[in-house]
Design a protein around this ligand. Structure first.
Ligand code: HAM
Length: 413
């Protein structure tokens, strides 16, 4: 038997309902914040992710679905959404046009990680990216947008916040950190040793226990910010608090992708086990230029839809009964049941049974489909131009004339 690939799931039933609900909420909140839909390809040139997500990241280092296509070009299934949106922004010359552009997207991402609860190889993100707005109010705005989505979905999280500085403070801080790391290099894991050269700040979020205790006294960027970065970070905190959003400062939050500067944030949930991040993002003011465009401010986030589904599944019961089931008890009456079912489909979800069955079997099928009403037409009902109807919630029964059926259900479904 051919099975789905490891870490790649089918989506159906209650989980599919939750998926649609999450996307609906995300999109409506994003539209209220002035974002417009963008769709970018799932397959892009590998160089796009190498250059943006960064060589030192786990994503580029270990997790990319990268291969040569039939013409020998190196292509890659997107591991995240930001790089493709930035590529499109530049390719469409929005950087040259100036002004502010705000995009939202939903789609599958691919990372060759070790699958576990909340960690898949194909997963879905909803994300937003705002270009051309350098104000810290926009950082606050995208964080509040994400908080609003989570509030609307009823998901409780903690917001973790940090500032990664910019070119006015990061280089000096990096030198300080590299000196600290070099003094301890022989006691660090192989990944950390490699990162001292490629991207030293990523050493700070190493999960290895020995490294963590070795790094307990490491200098942190938050304590080494330039005057401007420090006051922007304080302003951000002030705006969030003034708008009712609490947070924790996490000085070790560096994020797993290399393109961030200044604001970095993550919303975490205690209901998710080891993979606790529901969503995260930050500012990436150098990325457009880095990918060949005109220097443009950028800030955004992405949330993991499967992780939200996991949380909602714990809280919400599958939806109750809905819609109508209609069936006939005789082969000659199926076409009549079909025609009535077709009319009802204009009003509500209606399942039409194509096989004639006895009443008990129809009731059983209607029940398994979680229908609210079971409608049945036998010989007697057909002669009287009526449908037998049972409400499977309150168990009440009615005989409804064919020509009154739409009126009957108008207020009941
Ligand atoms: P990220 O933190 O790598 O950021 O991913 C965002 C979210 O995607 C995570 O918080 C998590 O919920 C979900 N996620 C990540 N990996 C997996 C996985 N293997 N299985 C299931 N869910 C996963 C980004 O991707 C950035 N592009 C976010 C961003 C947008 N920054 C600025 N703009």
């Amino acid at each position: 038997m051919i099975k789905a690939l490891r870490g790649m799931n089918d989506l159906m039933g209650y989980e599919a309902e939750l998926f649609a609900k999450i996307v609906r909420v995300c999109e409506s909140v994003a539209r209220n914040y002035g974002f417009e839909l963008i769709e970018t390809p799932k397959l892009e040139q590998t160089a796009l992710f190498r250059r943006s997500v960064g060589e030192s990241s786990d994503i580029v280092g270990k997790e990319m679905y990268e291969f040569s296509d039939k013409s020998g070009d190196s292509v890659c299934l997107r591991p995240e959404g930001t790089a493709g949106v930035v590529r499109s922004f530049i390719e469409n010359k929005f950087d040259k046009a100036g002004g502010v552009r705000k995009f939202y997207y939903t789609g599958s991402m691919f990372r060759y990680e070790r699958p576990q609860r909340g960690r898949l190889r194909e997963f879905h993100q909803f994300g937003v990216e705002c270009f051309g707005e350098g104000s810290v109010y926009e950082d606050a705005s995208v964080i509040l947008l994400l908080a609003e989505i989570l509030r609307k979905l009823g998901v409780k999280t903690t917001l973790k916040l940090n500032s990664l500085g910019d070119s006015s403070c990061m280089p000096e801080y990096k030198n300080k950190l590299i000196k600290f790391l070099n003094e301890r290099e022989d006691r660090l894991c192989e990944d950390c040793k490699r990162r001292i050269i490629t991207n030293p700040i990523r050493v700070l979020d190493c999960k290895n226990e020995a490294c963590q205790s070795e790094l307990a006294t490491a200098p942190l960027i938050t304590d080494n910010l330039s005057g401007e970065c420090k006051s922007e970070f304080e302003k951000l905190q002030e705006i969030l608090l003034a708008n009712g959003l609490n947070f924790e400062i996490d000085k070790r939050l560096v994020r797993g992708l290399d393109y961030y500067c200044k604001t970095a944030f993550e919303f975490v949930s205690s209901e998710l086990g080891a993979q606790s991040a529901v969503g995260g993002g930050g500012r990436y003011d150098r990325l457009v230029e880095f990918l060949g465009g005109k220097s443009t401010f950028g800030v955004g986030f992405a949330i993991g839809i499967e992780r939200l589904i996991e949380i909602l599944k714990l809280k919400e019961a599958p939806s109750s009964r809905s819609g109508i089931y209609i069936g006939a008890m005789d082969e000659a009456i199926v076409s009549c049941a079909f025609a009535i079912g077709q009319k009802l489909r204009a009003i509500t979800k209606t399942h039409i049974a194509y096989e004639p069955k006895n009443l008990q079997k129809h009731l059983k099928s209607a029940d398994s489909k979680m229908a609210k009403f079971c409608l049945c037409i036998g010989e007697d009902e057909f002669k009287n131009a009526s449908v037998w109807c049972k409400n499977l919630e309150d168990k009440s029964q009615d005989m409804v004339k064919f020509n009154e059926i739409e009126d009957f259900f108008k207020d009941r479904v």
